[in-house]
Design a protein around this ligand. Structure first.
Ligand SMILES: [Zn+2]
Length: 509
């Protein structure tokens, strides 16, 4: 059978595959996601900088607000072709034209469920209407891709006839749509093989069965040369196939380069911030753990040869390798982690440090940089003078502006400052910055809160990563009061950073 090629050496992908990003359209259709026009423009700019050739900026028929956003993207004058989603009606094409887009993804119903149940029309009428609209859009100089909605559940003979009509009418390309994430890779391969015989073919896959990626690759194997995807896989229900995964898989497995992969992590963080959807730790390419090593054997192997336990180096997607301390940490991993903070220990000391690290981890706690450094100091019998210490903290919020005041000692000298903010934590953090002056020029890289129990009396753990010049340090602190936990974590991180920075003077400004 033809589709056996998927699982044999017969895999012959097209030489060039391009990506269409639909984070701003399909991605935003995910439940609970809404991005501001500024955020969308920023995402579009970054996609363009990463050399993504097609950006679906929205759906012009949605409303005036959406059209303003699409215009904002078209006004950026990007290298990418900016498109709008358009339903199979002329007014949608007109609204897209009003936004100044270079193309439309014209969606027409392909399955009988959609033709009869949703649109209330007939197969013949869909074929005629599609050809008419393609001609109309081409007459207005648009790049036109025709998407057969719910194509994976359509009668394949009909889908082929519909798409042949679209190509005959002048469409630039046609698109296989697994709208509800229903297809198997074999079904996707078979359908796309038939469509690709008609003309340039795209693929649009969803992840409801966890097969979004497999179906995208099966489509490419069958001749599709444009893949629709969203950053971080955000999208309706289980989401779309993830742009970063398609890009790295095509590059790593088949040597097909699509975008500047070194920008993928920046893109992921940008979209995570804009959508409020956190990056899952175990997610390919973008997850916190994707290039983290904890296990003793893995860490030891990785220190001997970076590629030992990684398919590709993290730099390729704009990231860095991390060695994480925990119950599996061995001597090599602990030594490397200490060396990162400029601490050297002898063999005996190292053994004791590893035991203490495992002890903390066995109690179910994460071992942070600050924990490791504190252990090392104890084991080496060192006592160090803290440079920054929190004396007390008060924070008030309610119906007025949240305010906070802090009393700190810096190199033994007391400083008091107050601050306001969007909430008590924010107010307390600005008070700390005020008290420290330029010493607080440290950058807050990440801030993460976990509640240890589920009730309102929960103890919360706040973990911060702060950096200053080339140093970075992670500290976690727990307290029943989230403001207190946040401020102590931050003060302790700043204290660590100032100690390692060759006793830089703490300016009083
Ligand atoms: Zn979709």
């Amino acid at each position: 059978m033809k589709h056996d090629a998927l699982f044999s050496d017969g895999f012959e992908p097209p030489e060039e595959v391009r990506l269409l990003d639909t984070t701003l359209r399909d991605g935003e259709q995910a439940p609970g996601i809404s991005m501001s026009p500024e955020q969308k423009a920023e995402i579009a700019r970054t996609l363009d900088a990463a050399k993504v050739p097609f950006i679906e900026a929205g759906s012009a028929c949605t409303g005036e607000g959406e059209r303003r956003t699409i215009r904002r993207v078209t006004d950026l004058d990007l290298d990418a072709t900016v498109t709008s989603f358009a339903r199979g009606v002329r007014s949608d094409v007109d609204l897209a034209l009003d936004c100044g887009v270079g193309g439309v993804t014209l969606v027409v119903p392909a399955s009988d469920r959609h033709i009869e149940g949703k649109v209330g029309t007939s197969r013949e009428a869909v074929i005629d209407r599609t050809a008419e609209l393609v001609e109309y859009a081409k007459d207005h100089d648009l790049w036109v891709e025709v998407i057969g909605e719910d194509g994976s559940r359509a009668d394949l003979d009909f889908l082929e006839t519909l798409m042949a009509g679209a190509i005959d009418a002048g469409a630039d390309r046609i698109c296989y749509a697994d709208t509800v994430g229903h297809a198997s890779p074999h079904q996707a391969y078979e359908a796309v093989s038939r469509l690709a015989a008609l003309g340039p073919t795209s693929t649009h896959t969803h992840d409801d069965l966890g097969l979004g990626m497999a179906n995208a690759l099966a489509s490419v194997a069958a001749g599709a040369d444009l893949v629709h995807a969203t950053v971080n896989g955000v999208g309706e229900r289980a989401g779309n196939v993830a742009l970063e995964e398609v890009a790295i898989a095509l590059s790593h497995c088949y040597g097909i380069e699509t975008v500047d992969t070194t920008m993928l992590y920046d893109l992921a963080q940008l979209v995570s911030r804009a959508t409020g959807v956190e990056l899952p730790p175990n997610k390919a390419v973008i997850g916190q753990n994707a290039f983290a090593h904890e296990s003793g054997i893995h860490t030891d192997g990785t220190l001997k040869d970076e590629r030992m336990y990684e398919p590709y180096p993290p730099e390729r997607v704009g990231r860095e390798r991390r060695l994480v301390l925990g119950k599996h940490t061995g001597r090599a991993g602990a030594r490397a982690a200490l060396a990162e903070h400029g601490v050297e220990v002898d063999d005996e000391g190292l053994g004791e440090i590893v035991d203490r690290v495992k002890e903390i981890a066995d109690r179910g706690k994460r071992v942070t940089d600050a924990d490791l450094l504190a252990i090392a100091e104890e084991v080496r019998g060192e006592s160090r003078d803290r440079r920054v210490e929190l004396v007390d903290l008060t924070a008030a919020s309610g119906s007025g502006t949240p305010t906070a005041s802090v009393r700190l000692t810096v190199d033994g000298e007391e400083r008091v400052a107050s601050g306001v903010g969007s909430g008590p934590v924010d107010a307390a953090v600005s008070a700390v910055r005020e008290a420290l002056g330029s010493a607080a020029n440290a950058h807050l890289e990440s801030y993460h809160v976990d509640a240890i129990t589920g009730g309102t009396d929960a103890v919360v753990t706040v973990e911060v990563t702060m950096s200053r010049d080339d140093d970075s340090v992670t500290v976690a602190r727990s307290h029943a009061d989230i403001t207190h936990a946040s401020v102590t974590a931050m003060v302790d991180a700043l204290d660590r950073l100032l100690v390692s920075s060759v006793r830089a003077p703490v300016a009083d400004d």
